[in-house]
Design a protein around this ligand. Structure first.
Ligand code: TYD
Length: 213
């Protein structure tokens, strides 16, 4: 077996990015070659696609165009960065991957899982992660982390944000039911060290099975 492909998913405020750093340090210390990445991952073509996605002037962007662009960016990042690292037998830790599109475009943008998966299937050639870690933080807890200020007045926009956030969270729970063997839910509400330990425990058996050096 070549390399190990792990992705991390979660809602905004789930802390997954900090958790990934801890997980990276742990496996590096145990002597593995680790690649930490996220789309577009410094890949020139993927960065250009990302610029179109993030450009606030593109207000007329259709949800399916958005889904196609995320998938296109994903493809380039996969081919140029992830696959070569796996071929070098590295542990790849990727912050968001296809599940983000299934949830954000499929559910929040109402395109539906199946259509978003179809587009992504073309992009990723059925290359799914060996394991996906869902860092589970309840919507209200995640949002509180994002907003930080405890006495902040809740306005209309915040209410929309809360509903959006809940929809995303629910989408992830649905995905876990759909892919119970691939996606592992870990409790993300503890300290960074506690959450990182849960992630390491979920990944380590796969490392031992497939990547012993
Ligand atoms: P980012 O600032 O990287 O957020 P985070 O730290 O939460 O990962 O922005 C990523 C945003 O893009 C996030 O709101 C999720 C969204 N997104 C999609 O809608 N579809 C996708 O396929 C991906 C990868 C991200």
């Amino acid at each position: 077996m070549k390399g190990l492909f792990i992705t991390f998913e979660g809602t905004e405020g789930s802390g997954k990015t900090s958790v990934i750093k801890k997980v990276e340090a742990y496996f590096r210390a145990s002597g593995l070659d680790v690649l930490v990445t996220r789309e577009p991952g410094g890949i020139r073509i993927a960065e250009k696609i990302r610029d179109i996605l993030l450009d606030k002037a593109n207000i007329e962007m259709d949800p399916r165009t958005e889904a196609l662009l995320f998938a296109a960016s994903r493809r380039q990042h996969l081919v140029e960065k992830i696959l070569p690292a796996l071929a070098r037998n590295e542990l790849v830790l990727c912050d968001r991957y296809v599940d983000s599109s299934l949830v954000y475009q499929g559910i929040a943008r109402n395109i539906g899982f199946d259509d978003v998966y179809a587009v992504n299937k073309f992009a990723i050639d059925d290359i799914l992660p060996d394991r996906t870690i869902f860092v589970d933080v309840r919507p209200e807890v995640g949002l509180a982390r994002v907003f930080k200020t405890p006495n902040r007045e809740v306005n209309r926009l915040d209410l929309e944000t809360i509903n959006f956030h809940k929809k995303i969270y629910q989408g992830y729970l649905d995905l876990i039911r759909k892919y119970p063997d691939r996606i592992v839910r870990i409790d993300g509400e503890g300290t960074i060290d506690e959450v990182a330990l849960l992630a390491i425990r979920a990944i380590e058996p796969l490392v031992k099975r497939g990547m012993s050096k």
